[in-house]
Design a protein around this ligand. Structure first.
Ligand SMILES: Cc1cc2nc3c(=O)[nH]c(=O)nc-3n(C[C@H](O)[C@H](O)[C@H](O)COP(=O)(O)O)c2cc1C
Length: 393
């Protein structure tokens, strides 16, 4: 393990966040760290965990805590999945492969974003555990169909369809840091923003050695080739996924579908009607519509409405294993994390991702023991107290 992410230097995810901030240029760190508009939902996602308190059972022996679960009938070593994080290759050379490899070594699933810098085939080949492919319709239907075919052939075991990205959220940090100008290719426009790259020579050297600004090798537009970085924002606006689209997507994939971006029990029921095998209660980590409720607060009502018909996954604001336990107590089968591992990637590549996973795993074991619960599958609402003003299903 790289000394830079070993204890006592790195004990928790916040330590990895600080290490990522030291290594990454501001424009890249803020891309990972930031959220939409006033970042109300970003902060609320994390704060919601503080509002839920534990009710432990003390003086209970828990000799070996069993973290194993199955998701979509696939065994995972713990209830954790690495969420799709677009452009991970900007965070670290061959970032998606590094993250998938670390997930595979830990026996957990990795979800690859459509907007990734590495070829989906290379990512699938690098992991020993299940890999899922996250679909956006950027580039149009034919482009999506060809990615679906490639993902099937490469062995991805589930298709994650993200439904909360009708347009990109208003991420003001990105604009202030000059993302548009830096992508413009126009030297004169880029000039005021280049110094943030030059002050992080380790990152810059890795970025250049990795081929510089990537194209999107899994968004191959018919007749044009891989989509350019600068074209993505406009492409997202023309590519909203609708419930109608889920029909042809389901037919083309002909396998397990996970719908990501469920904010209400109404949409949860639609996901069931659309034939999904799982859904993710997710607000994209506060990066899309600012001002929506924190995901932990809406999880119980989604579980109450469809929990017996579909597997319910959860993401948003998880920074500690105890957060994972709280989500499981409120009915999630497993959780996804985005920033928690992206900070690790930014700090030290695959070693940093492995460290993030290890931190969360040891947190899980410790928290289970302190709660007096030996099996992850036995967690339920009786282990937590939920604020009285939360919607009670
Ligand atoms: C830098 C970054 C990029 C992301 N890119 C995608 C993406 O391409 N597709 C997607 O469905 N979700 C994307 N997400 C959202 C994550 O999959 C996940 O929903 C979110 O990060 C969960 O919140 P957390 O970061 O608090 O764990 C991204 C998140 C981050 C932080």
């Amino acid at each position: 393990m790289s000394r830079s992410v070993e204890p006592p230097r790195v004990l928790n995810i916040e330590d990895l966040r600080r290490a990522a901030k030291r290594r990454l240029p501001r424009v890249v760190f803020d891309y990972v760290d930031g959220g939409a508009e006033d970042e109300l939902t970003l902060r609320a996602n994390c704060r919601a965990f503080q509002a839920v308190t534990f009710q432990p059972r003390c003086a209970v022996a828990t000799p070996a805590c069993d973290l194993r679960i199955t998701v979509l009938d696939t065994p995972l070593s713990m209830p954790l999945i690495l969420a799709p994080v677009g452009s991970s290759r900007l965070i670290y050379p061959r970032g998606e492969e590094a993250a998938a490899r670390a997930a595979g070594a830990a026996g957990i699933a990795y979800a690859l974003s459509t907007l990734s810098g590495c070829h989906l085939e290379d990512v699938a080949a690098t992991s020993k555990a299940p890999v899922w492919y996250q679909l956006y319709l950027v580039g149009g239907r034919d482009c999506a169909l060809s990615a679906i075919e490639r993902a099937k052939a490469a062995g991805f075991s589930a298709l994650v369809v993200t439904i909360d990205t009708a347009v990109a959220g208003m991420r003001e940090r990105d604009l202030r840091n000059g993302v548009k100008e830096l992508l413009s290719g126009n030297l004169w426009s880029m000039l005021p923003f280049v110094s943030q790259l030059l002050t992080k020579p380790r990152w810059l050297a890795g970025f250049i050695a990795d081929g510089g600004l990537m194209k999107f090798p899994n968004v191959v537009v018919p007749g044009k080739g891989p989509m350019l970085y600068a074209d993505v924002t406009a492409a997202l606006e023309q590519s909203v996924v609708t419930w109608e689209d889920l029909k042809w997507i389901g037919q083309a994939w002909n396998g397990r579908i996970v719908i990501k971006g469920i904010h209400t029990s109404d949409d949860a029921r639609r996901a069931v009607d659309a034939g999904a095998s799982a859904l993710v209660v997710s607000n994209h980590g506060g990066r899309q519509l600012d001002g929506v409720a924190p995901t932990l607060r809406i999880l119980p009502e989604v579980v109450a409405s469809v929990g017996d018909r579909i597997e319910i996954l959860f993401d948003g604001g998880i920074r500690r294993g105890s957060d994972i336990i709280k989500a499981l107590c409120l009915g999630a089968r497993a959780v996804m994390v985005g920033r928690a591992y992206a900070y690790g990637l930014g700090a030290a590549g695959g070693l940093g991702v492995a460290r993030a996973i290890e931190i969360l795993r040891t947190d899980l074991v410790r928290t289970l023991k302190l709660l007096g619960c030996a099996y992850i599958a036995e967690l339920d609402r009786s282990y937590v107290d939920v604020p009285t003003d939360w919607p009670v299903p």
